[in-house]
Design a protein. Sequence first.
Length: 429
Amino acid sequence: MERIRINELVIDKPAKIAGCIDILRNTKYMVFVILKDLTGVIQVSIDKGTQPTLTEEILKATPGSFISVWGVEKENPHVKLGGKEFIPSKIVVESVANELPVDANSFIDQRIDYRWVDLRTDKNTLIFEVQTLLVNKMREYLLQKDFLEIHTPKIIGAASESGSEVFELKYFDKKAYLAQSPQFYKQMAMAAGFDRIFETGPVFRAEKSYSNKHTTEFTGFDVEFSYIDNMYDVMHLEEELLTYALKAVKEKYGNKIKELYGKEVVVPTCPFPVMKLPDVYKELEKRYGMKFPDAVKGDLVTEAERKVEDLSKEMFNSEFLFITDYDASQRAFYHMRDKNGVPQGYDLIWRGCEITTGAQREHRYEILKKQAEEKGLGKDVEFYLEFFKYGVPPHGGFGLGVDRLTMLLLGITIKEAMFIFRGPQRLNP
RNA sequence: GGGCCAGUGGUGUAGCGGUUAACAUGUCACUCUGUCACAGUGAAGAUCGAGAGUUCGAUUCUCUUCUGGCCCGCCA
């Protein structure tokens, strides 16, 4: 008999179910097993008097053990767990668990050590159900617009942007690096005339960042497309994409997220508000009495970034805010600049955290080369500059942090939001 | 990389220059006419992160080290 999931059970219809024991109550005449699978929980009730064989088998098990149960679901109004119970005719204890080393109260670091046990809870599996939907809806949105999905190398021969924040590795008798971003390859695809592309895949950063939003390996969702007029075209695509995905998440998981994480999923409205960075500082100082030294104002410092959540809600009733007009010194050399030298790029802040950097790219070889040289990037980017010698259309794009998106959606930290977190001190499991 | 803080049974905490190292929860056993956060009784379980020092005596004080947390920086 094929195993079905608990939410597929039908009253009085014989079935096989299987899962993990949540609670095992052994009373004088009855054994009650709260069995859990990904879709729900059901009480399995064993009568010790009439089912001695099943009793013997089930008492080999412990909470956390995996079992298979054949039997029938019956209605029983006395059962507080949904008014239903499962009357077994056969039980197999598949795998017995030791006493579990973590519970919901354990610290996240301890929980990561035993992540496979930790992830068994509804609350934690929801993270990945939500992320699956989120990413697939973003993918779906782009596919509807005829984007190509590409897969770029993660082992690369030249440090991609600055050279300081990449992991070095041995590649036979040569040095290689782990890709810190698919940036150059995305643009290569533009040079190839691919027109519109996206990629979702791992990104590696050799930064010793200790915060609850940084990790050394994460999943990026990168988009690049051609024939744009300006960075606003890029922003427009991104806001549509996010709205589309968040709408789907709210419909399917909005209630469950509210229940388990206490977070409301707010579907944004387009267009998202846009502010120039100097105006953001001006408003923060004016409205909240904050003070920032001029020296930091070319970039968005953490304190300001957090407060942008309030600012954006207050000024625009929006959780999202696009910020433009960063100082050229703070931005990548490949961002196009206007005639005043202002980078034509933006960051997207959601709930007080940066989730995206996007830009119109500089596609004119001479200017691009000059901007690279200004940043002291000569040989490092030779391979990249080559693309632009043979014609590249005007284009732009952005990179979105999938793990940050998940984290912010649920109001948790990056360690909790990732299947397995990787940090400067965390290489296992 | 800089600043501050923490590490005590499986888990989460209390405590303190001399204690039988306390509590909750979990685990195990027995008891309990269907439980449902079951209940009751009992048991096991901690060389108090590691190393060195001060002291008659250190889990407690000092130093070193490891690990973690928070804040800053770096960014997605």
